[in-house]
Design a protein around this ligand. Structure first.
Ligand code: MF3
Ligand code: CO
Ligand code: CO
Length: 299
């Protein structure tokens, strides 16, 4: 088609003549378009600096919280440590008082069959538990959000599998990030991999834009989807796949209205990073978080 003679009769090929040319958008036009079309805030260099610091701190605190999570330690004690570390850095844990009903603690601690939003309490961690610790930090008004898994002692095969699969889901999704790829590519690569490993992908919770507010547009689905939003430099969002050993459905506790468990009580695991899209590709802003090779397996 593009090599056919142009319809205008010039005798030139269509692609060399009246073929519609896409003019690259100017930076300001791009920012406007993302706001109007998708409600996405493309961050300025100054905002990126602030968010980068919040993310470094958040992932630093997450690292310390994970190292502290051992058999016999309660999730309330982990919560208290995280409160202290925020105080010391003049920062605020974002979850406290967030949402409806107001979230009662500073962090989320999701054990075993809990998919997300587990509330810290006085139950001591037990040998064989797996726990996700999720920390969101506000520093000078900017947000950083990340989470990681800890294995308490020796864990069974099913728990080890969800920890590993959710980690590689996150890593594989991050690896493809660059301007121009579509938001759907994230969920598609995650579900392709998870299902190849006989795991299911939670669809009731999603990643999200972040940085200036806790949760911003866009929603970042971890399951198969057809979002055609192209990634653009200056976008900041989380990827936080929740992967189940059994069925994908979760049920939220009717009493506390936060804790969400797998419907079949099989284990679930999650890892989360906040990422920035750059001209060349991407940057993991919460890079101080623990990694799977350094997974804390307390004895
Ligand atoms: N940190 C969670 C996320 O990754 C959100 C927790 S909401 C809260 O988006 F209220 F429970 F803190
Ligand atoms: Co998040
Ligand atoms: Co989080």
């Amino acid at each position: 088609m593009r090599n056919a003679p142009c319809w205008c009769g010039s005798g030139k090929k269509w692609k060399k003549c009246h073929y519609p040319q896409q003019k690259p958008l100017s930076y300001d036009q791009l920012v406007d378009e993302y706001k109007k079309k998708y409600q996405i805030t493309i961050k300025t260099p100054k905002q990126i600096e602030g968010i980068r610091k919040a993310c470094q701190l958040s992932s630093d605190i997450l690292y310390n919280a994970c190292a502290y999570a051992k058999e016999g330690v309660t999730t309330n004690q982990i919560n208290d440590l995280v409160v202290q570390l925020h105080d010391r850095a003049n920062a605020i844990p974002a979850p406290l008082g967030y949402g409806t009903p107001p979230y009662p603690k500073a962090i989320c601690t999701s054990l075993n069959e809990v998919i997300c939003h587990g509330i810290p309490d006085d139950r001591p961690l037990q040998h064989g538990d797996i726990i996700n610790i999720d920390i969101t930090t506000i520093l000078s008004g900017y947000y950083g959000d990340c989470s990681a898994m800890v294995a308490i002692g020796t864990i069974n095969e099913e728990k080890a599998r969800v920890i590993q699969v959710s980690y590689y889901c996150l890593q594989k999704a991050i690896a493809i990030l660059k301007p121009g790829i579509l938001l759907q590519n994230i969920g598609n690569i995650i579900e392709d991999y998870a299902s190849s490993q006989k795991c299911s992908v939670v669809y009731q919770f999603v990643g999200h834009g972040t940085g200036l507010h806790f949760h911003e547009a866009p929603q970042v689905c971890h399951h198969y989807n057809d979002s055609s939003i192209p990634l653009a430099p200056g976008m900041i969002f989380t990827i936080e796949p929740m992967i189940n050993a059994g069925q994908r459905e979760g049920i939220t506790d009717p009493k506390d209205q936060w804790t969400t468990r797998t419907i079949d009580k099989k284990p679930s695991a999650q890892w989360e990073h906040t990422v920035l899209i750059t001209e060349k590709g991407h940057e993991i802003l919460t890079f101080n978080a623990p990694t799977l090779p350094s997974l804390v397996v307390s004895q």
